[in-house]
Design a protein around this ligand. Structure first.
Ligand SMILES: [Zn+2]
Length: 679
């Protein structure tokens, strides 16, 4: 066969691509292709290898589970391998799956459980006598990483089980850690406000933070878990998968009770035969946009545990389950133009303007290109035909260029090394992916900064919209924040499309914003990493701009909820003479620089470290924290020898035991109230 060298080359090429994508997906959590694209490569390799079995090598991706653990975490050997599932792409392939298991267990009947296949990060949770003792990632399926501390921060993962399962010697539960789209959108806004680069999609946002070294990062992410299996139990009373899931829910993996979250739980159901299971797949597919999270298919499992056991697994997949994958939400279209916009922090962000195209009912006319690296990697050029993918409500992204359709003599897109608005040099620090305009007086940056300054959760200046800001900057009426407060009604009324009455309203809104107080002002200034929440903490802690301006970096870093990175950024901000000058201008304009209700007087709890456990009657957890912080104390999440007090409420967790063990004084609610002067 003359073509055998070609086949060999093709196989090598596919293996190389698959390995690269495995690494990006499993190790870096930065996939570059959709799962459907990846599956296509994998299936093609499998097909070629089946046709040429002599070309199969033991190191081919088809011969193993894939991925490798990240360095730095302790490794965990999975007792029962976390295998990936075999895929089906049509109803017929689902029927073939049943035909296979019927051949394996002739004459038997099967019932199934259909579950939404949530896209996130697979984890294994080990409980001993009802206590969570270890949480691990899937890793390569046989060896994962110990991420117990991080997983303990995921709120819906119980640290202790209730009910009958609490008495089990060993129970290993598996599930998918993921992020609801709503939470993802909120997180994205927050990161943008803090001047950080947001994640491309909920999966990346969920997978990343399960593994940072700092569990606080995990805690700050709105993560959830969808449990889908028990891999090991002693004793082992389960007879069906559905029953096991039900018992898990009764043991503390609570069924979400509100709104969208309920949608997902609805998509676990028993199906009497394979046709009912196929119907369930169709229903979830139709509802996929309404699930509130990323769901790329439906997993069908044989419900009987006893049959599962007899069916067993191949080296790659369990034989008793199959993943029905939804067709990808993809389309091809043409890039009309690559636009570069300039954000508040000066970040140059590329976006592709597309020939409008419809995907699953939505008209798509823009796609994100993330940054210069992404453009280079894809080699996207204006005029190119591209394959785009839509996942949920997230802005679509470009999967690849259809190079066969590229017009002759096009040039690679050259990412500007100057700001497209002011022409200043754009700087990209070593190791970062974002280039930023270096001109702090860049009109584009100033416009975005002013819009942020006046936004609802910052200074809340109504009527200070795009059109007004555009003119104020272009006519050099406003060069910095304080200039806003010098605008009179007459000047404002001269602006285009602003009638006398609107000008009066705007002027009133501007003047009224002077009274917002320190917290909102700090957020409005747009200091890097200082979002709404951090701004409120700083305002509560210091009470006035004077005190905050003088705060040393080490002191800032000690405040609960601040940490070294934010402390550094805040200290750096106040060290810049230009920033201090601008704040002085705001002060002169009459902008309030204090926070109401924060006493500048003695701080009785200064330096004291608290840990809270259990529920308090008189206040919520957040209220209690705020009271402590206001008086100079800190609240940390775990008990150590450094802890001064553990406040013990109703139904305390293990922290109460920790306090006793370490000899840390405990306070009941009454004693706590007395200490903070609320008794
Ligand atoms: Zn610029």
């Amino acid at each position: 066969m003359a073509d055998i060298s070609k086949v060999r080359a093709k196989i090598e090429e596919l293996r190389r691509l698959i390995r690269r994508h495995d690494y990006l997906y499993y190790v870096l959590d930065r996939p570059e292709v959709s799962d459907a694209e990846y599956d296509k490569l994998y299936q093609e390799l499998k097909r070629l290898e089946e046709a040429h079995p002599d070309l199969i090598t033991p190191d081919s991706p088809t011969q193993r589970v894939g991925g490798q653990p990240v360095e730095g975490f302790a490794q965990v050997q999975h007792k029962v391998a976390m295998l990936s599932l075999d895929n089906a792409y049509s109803a017929d392939e689902v029927r073939e799956f049943e035909a296979r298991i019927k051949r394996a267990l002739p004459g038997e009947r099967f019932t199934y459980v259909a579950e939404a296949k949530v896209d996130g990060l697979s984890v294994a949770l080990l409980y001993e006598q009802g206590r969570l003792v270890r949480g691990a990632t899937r890793g390569d399926g046989r060896t994962g990483e110990d991420v117990t501390l991080n997983l303990m921060k995921v709120r819906s993962i119980p640290h202790r089980l209730d009910g009958p399962l609490a008495k089990f010697n060993v129970l290993e539960v598996r599930g998918e850690v993921f992020m609801w789209r709503q939470g993802f959108e909120r997180l994205k806004r927050k990161l943008e406000e803090e001047g950080e680069e947001p994640f491309a999609n909920p999966r990346n946002a969920a997978a990343g933070p399960v593994r940072p070294k700092d569990p606080q990062i995990t805690a700050a992410r709105p993560l959830d878990i969808f449990v889908y299996g028990v891999s090991h139990a002693e004793p082992d009373p389960f007879t069906s998968h559905y029953q096991a899931m039900h018992q898990l829910h009764e043991s503390g993996f609570r069924i979400h009770s509100k709104g969208e979250k309920n949608m997902l739980e609805r998509y676990r159901r028993r199906c009497g035969d394979i046709e009912a299971a196929i119907e369930a797949c169709r229903e979830v597919e139709e509802a996929r946009d309404k699930l509130g999270c990323d769901c790329d298919g439906v997993v069908l499992k044989v419900d009987s545990i006893e049959q599962e056991r007899r069916l067993g697994s191949t080296t790659h997949h369990p034989r008793w389950a199959i993943a029905y994958k939804f067709p990808a939400q993809q389309a091809t279209t043409i890039i009309k133009k690559i636009e570069i916009s300039v954000g508040r922090t000066g970040a140059l962000t590329p976006t592709a303007e597309l020939e409008p195209v419809e995907i699953a009912g939505a008209t798509i006319s823009r796609a994100t290109l993330h940054n210069a690296d992404e453009i280079e990697r894809l080699d996207v050029r204006e005029g190119d035909t591209v394959l785009i993918e839509r996942a949920g409500d997230v802005i679509p992204h470009i999967l690849q260029v259809v190079t066969e359709k590229r017009r002759p003599r096009t040039k690679p897109f050259s990412f500007p090394n100057r700001c497209p608005v002011c022409g200043a040099e754009a700087f990209r620090p070593e190791g970062e992916v974002v280039s930023r305009c270096t001109n702090s007086a860049c009109p584009a940056r100033l416009k975005q900064s002013l819009l942020h300054f006046g936004s609802r959760r910052a200074m809340d200046i109504e009527h200070l919209g795009d059109a007004v800001v555009e003119q104020l900057v272009d006519r050099s009426l406003v060069k910095e924040f304080a200039d806003l407060y010098g605008l009179d009604v007459k000047t404002l009324a001269d602006l285009e499309r602003l009638a006398e009455k609107s000008a009066t309203n705007l002027s009133r809104a501007i003047q009224g914003s002077k009274r917002q107080g320190l917290g909102r002002l700090l957020f409005a200034l747009g200091i890097r990493y200082v979002g709404e929440h951090v701004a409120a903490i700083l305002a509560q802690h210091y009470g006035s701009m004077d005190r905050l301006e003088k705060a040393p970096e080490e002191e800032l870093a000690e405040i609960y909820g601040i940490g070294p990175r934010i402390a550094q950024s805040v200290a750096l901000y106040f060290r810049q003479p230009e920033n201090r000058r601008q704040i002085e201008q705001l002060r002169k304009a009459g902008v309030k620089m204090r926070e109401e209700g924060v006493t500048a007087g003695p701080r009785p709890l200064a330096g004291k470290i608290f840990v809270l456990t259990g529920g308090l009657e008189g206040f919520s957890r957040d209220e209690a924290k705020e009271l402590i912080v206001r008086q100079g104390g800190r609240v940390t999440s775990s008990v150590s020898k450094k802890t001064d007090y553990v406040v013990v409420g109703k139904d305390p967790g293990s922290k109460d035991d920790d306090a006793k063990r370490l000899g840390v004084p405990t306070l009941d609610e009454a004693a706590f109230k007395k200490l903070i002067g609320k008794a």
